[in-house]
Design a protein around this ligand. Structure first.
Ligand code: GLY
Length: 323
């Protein structure tokens, strides 16, 4: 079985399904699928073609988790490499660590011969330039980048609200469960900002005894709630996959300050069940589902759930409050 974000998973879901149908391990199948998403420039929130940070640089986050061993590998704020998911996979395979960030992650990527690439494509560079020209004050433009960036990230509106990280969850023929994520994160983020995607337990988690979960959208919310681990833990405690996801939605309802925006929670159990809830969603969020015997993956709508009634669903409504 596979559960994948729609749109951001589209270039890779077929490949993952073919590999799973051939009997490949779940982790190999989802890594192969995500690599196709990372190289597809039309996916503007993942890999090459992703959005830049406040300084106009693309920083990528990715993670993998093997639910049999509970081994993980993740990279954060990685610059200059085409396939962060494969660098994350090699963290799992080669290191006694679970997460590398920034310069250390880039050093490791070079060491293993990971493919280097210019990640900022002309479309994204032009979008950043437009942001810079219109949103940055003239004195700050003159001194750039030696300026305080914090106000700019507090007031920046992500142009891709409603677009997402790519997340893949899968169970293979042996019953092994795996999860993986990859993203460029929010546009115009503060340099070095990690979202939930490289944070195991927040943006993804897999345990072959119970199931797996992964989130897209505002990573700050999933980090604060420890959403992915919570969903799997609720299943361990006996909740159905639907109840586990809805309990995680309840956890998000307690967030009253900080960045409040959209999060989509994707989860599978080991019995073939799945649930996808779009927290503060507007009804447009979809996902891909595939199981053995399907001719092809099918796109299904996520259940929109209002967690913050004051949250309007139009771009620009995302709000940040101190607290
Ligand atoms: N969920 C991806 C991010 O917040 O960066």
């Amino acid at each position: 079985m596979i559960l994948v974000t729609n749109n951001e998973g589209t270039p890779g879901v077929g490949e993952t399904a073919r590999r799973l149908a051939r009997g490949e391990p779940a982790l190999d199948a989802i890594e192969a699928g995500i690599r196709l998403v990372e190289s597809d420039e039309s996916i503007r929130t993942v890999g090459r073609g992703g959005w830049a940070n406040l300084l106009g640089e693309v920083e990528l986050d990715a993670a993998v988790m093997d639910g049999g061993s509970l081994r993980t590998g993740a990279v954060g704020a990685l610059k200059g490499f085409l396939h962060p998911v494969s660098v994350a996979r090699q963290v799992l395979e080669r290191l006694p660590h679970e997460l590398l960030v920034g310069d250390g992650a880039a050093r490791f990527a070079r060491e293993i011969g990971a493919e280097q690439a210019e990640l900022l494509v002309p479309r994204a560079a032009e979008a950043w330039r437009q942001w810079f020209e219109h949103e940055v004050s003239a004195p700050d433009r003159a001194r750039w980048p030696d300026v305080a960036l914090s106000d700019y990230c507090r007031h920046a509106i992500d142009p891709e609200i409603g677009r997402d990280t790519t997340v893949f969850l899968a169970i293979d023929k042996s019953g092994n469960v795996a999860s993986s994520t990859s993203t460029s994160g929010w546009a115009w983020k503060y340099p070095g900002r990690l979202g939930d995607s490289p944070i195991i337990g927040a943006g993804s988690y897999a345990d072959s005894r119970y199931g797996a979960c992964a989130c897209t959208g505002a990573g700050e919310m999933a980090i604060r709630c420890g959403t992915a681990r919570s969903v799997v833990l609720y299943m361990k405690q006996g909740a159905s996959v639907t109840d586990a996801v809805m309990e995680a939605v309840n956890d998000m309802r307690h967030l009253k300050s900080g960045l409040i925006s959209r999060v989509t929670i994707h989860a599978i159990d080991t019995k073939g069940g799945h649930k996808v809830a779009a927290v503060n969603g507007d009804g447009t969020q979809h996902y891909w589902h595939w199981s053995v015997g399907f001719d092809a993956p099918v796109a299904l709508p996520a259940q929109p759930v209002t967690a913050h009634p004051g949250y309007a669903t139009t771009p620009g409504s995302d709000r940040y409050t101190r607290g």
